[in-house]
Design a protein around this ligand. Structure first.
Ligand code: ATP
Ligand code: MG
Length: 561
């Protein structure tokens, strides 16, 4: 087998692993896992963990397991399992043969471990009520109080625990607790609960179990049973690490994984807490988990973000020890950078204004050969038809423009991108409202194609679509889901939803080449932004999502402007 590589370390986790390899800990092996609970779709924060765990396995020629951490029946389902599998694959990672695990497959073994704990005097059945348990736990400044049930005999504990399993008791009647130290300075160590009664069917084990192991008990033992070497989790578990070590040390001492905590990702203008994402979906504040405004992987995919862009973002933010709020502009910057390289350029008009070229023959159409990408000739050329009636963007014409407006207005000339220079001649207005309904122009046949080939240079260039050839389309423009930077920190986050996060524009025209564009394909609409064909597309009636506008606010932020 190839020797694991030592990295040119870039963060504290890689430093730890390098050191473990150097000292031949775990025989130089690196085994990580990504352990989502299947009670929701994974989001950009999970993506960070996915990139980290699978990325480490790749870098050190190790392994990374996908483990569905399904030990709490509430809210877990096969739909979520399937979505997680699909999303991790889509992000570009694979666990490999035999490395997909379910914590629920360990229920029987975890139960045996609990019995072992009872037999060795490391656990007892406690019959205090949940409120009493809380009360007895003490505070940061005061030690806890021992439960009156703490000294039950092994026999009594065994018998009660077995009866808990067989369903004799109601929820909350008894719990199994580890017997550690009620005076421990770390509250986590004050006889933590390791099993509880919960009469709720489980999506996999159905009604077989009415007791379920707590996270602190199940997680560390699952890691140890799978031979995980580095168990990476978020900072809120730092206080739980002594418990993690205590349990594994007593039950599977040969295999102690190292728990390493890193900062949880938070992104501005969105929420990542699963409970809140579930609320957004269940109460219809968004159109499902894959709503393109959602920070979920499935939402970002539908929006038109690529896995490359998401991975780039995760690499860019790195891993650190302090929680901080990452500016969503950085994510958008990564998305834009990626699309700039690979998205073909096309012309589409979102808010059309009719333009008639009076001196262009009625029944003629000509075709312009246009480059799909200005810097990448390999992306080929496409044909863009031109005819007498065109659409241009409504705001590319002004009746009374200011001096620096380099677009169309009375007495002005403008170049139609990839085509001719046209000159304003006249306009038709609605008699009642004064709205401009149509403008008339003359084209200059000497200016075919852009300069230098096409002669004369004019200051403005605008995009257009031939009215006869253009394809009517719907375009969905997205803005941030919340109107404040840190909605997560608000007690009541719903009032901060951005009421304008979705604008649907229905009478757009996209160029002919997009008529049968496939859902998922991404384009740059010249001068407008990056767009992606939505799954709602019907034959001949495409629907586009705006992925990101062209303007990059991140560069400015990064340069401190
Ligand atoms: P909740 O929102 O209820 O706290 P969770 O986000 O922790 O749930 P899990 O399914 O338990 O959901 O998370 C699976 C893995 O993803 C864990 O290892 C967790 O540390 C990691 N993870 C979850 N959220 C983030 C985040 N925002 N940043 C980095 N890693 C995360
Ligand atoms: Mg969690």
């Amino acid at each position: 087998m190839a020797q694991p590589t030592i990295s040119n370390s870039t963060d504290f986790i890689r430093d730890i692993i390098d050191e473990d390899i150097r000292t031949n800990k775990h025989a130089g092996r690196v085994a990580t896992r990504f352990p989502p609970e299947p009670n929701g779709y994974i989001h950009i924060g999970h993506a960070k963990s996915v990139c980290l765990n699978f990325g480490l396995a790749r870098q050190y020629q190790g392994t990374c397991n996908l483990r569905l951490d399904d030990t709490d029946p509430a809210g877990e389902s096969m739909e979520f399992v399937e979505s997680i599998i699909r999303d991790v694959h889509w992000l570009g990672f694979d666990w490999g043969e035999g490395r997909l695990f379910y914590a629920s497959d360990y229920f029987e073994r975890l139960y045996s471990f609990a019995l072992e704990f009872i037999k060795t005097g490391n656990a007892y059945v406690c019959s205090l009520s949940p409120d009493e348990i809380r009360e007895y736990r003490g505070t940061f400044t005061e030690p806890g109080k021992e439960s009156p049930y703490r000294n039950r005999s092994v026999e009594e504990n065994l018998s009660l625990f077995k009866r808990m399993r067989s369903g004799e008791f109601e929820d909350g009647a008894h719990v199994l607790r580890a017997k550690i130290d009620m005076a421990a300075p770390n509250i986590v160590m004050r006889d933590p609960i390791i099993y509880r009664i919960k009469r709720e069917p489980h999506y996999r084990t159905e009604t077989k179990w009415v007791i379920y192991p707590m996270y602190d008990f199940a997680h560390c033992l699952s890691d140890a049973m799978e031979g995980i070497t580095h168990s990476i989790c978020t900072l809120e578990f730092e206080n739980n690490r002594p418990l993690y070590d205590w349990i594994v040390e007593k039950l599977i001492p040969a295999n102690r994984p190292k728990q390493i905590e890193f900062a949880r990702l938070s992104v501005s203008y969105t929420v990542l807490s699963k409970r809140r994402l579930i609320e957004l979906v269940q109460k219809d504040y968004v159109n499902g988990w894959d709503d393109p405004r959602m920070p979920t992987v499935t939402g970002m995919r539908r929006r038109g973000y690529s896995p490359e862009a998401i991975r780039k973002f995760c690499a860019e933010i790195g891993v650190a020890k302090n929680d901080n709020l990452i500016d969503v502009a950085l994510l958008e910057h990564c998305v834009r950078d990626d699309l700039n390289e690979r998205a073909p350029r096309v012309m589409s008009v979102l808010r059309p204004l009719r333009v008639v070229i009076d001196n262009y023959p009625e029944n003629r159409a000509e075709v312009f050969e246009c480059q799909n990408h200005p810097q990448n000739p390999d992306m080929g050329i496409r044909q863009v038809p031109f005819s007498r009636v065109l659409y241009i963007e409504r705001d590319d014409f002004m009746e009374d423009p200011p001096k620096k407006y380099h677009r169309l207005g009375p007495g002005r000339e403008v170049r139609l991108r990839n085509a001719y220079v046209i000159k304003f001649e006249s306009m038709v207005k609605d008699e009642q409202t004064g709205e401009v309904l149509e403008i008339h122009c003359a084209y200059d046949p000497q200016t075919r194609n852009a300069p230098p080939a096409g002669g004369r240079k004019v200051p403005g260039v605008i995009h257009w679509v031939s009215a006869e050839h253009g394809v009517p389309a719907e375009v969905r423009l997205y803005d941030r889901l919340f109107s404040i930077e840190d909605p997560e920190s608000e007690e009541d986050f719903i009032p901060n939803l951005n009421p304008n996060s979705l604008e649907i524009v229905t009478n757009c025209y996209v160029e002919q080449s997009l008529k049968n564009a496939k859902p998922g394909s991404q384009y740059q609409f010249e001068r407008l932004g990056y767009f992606c064909v939505d799954a709602d597309t019907k034959a001949g009636k495409p629907v586009f999502n705006r992925v990101v506008p062209l303007r990059d606010s991140w560069t400015k932020i990064a340069e401190g402007k």
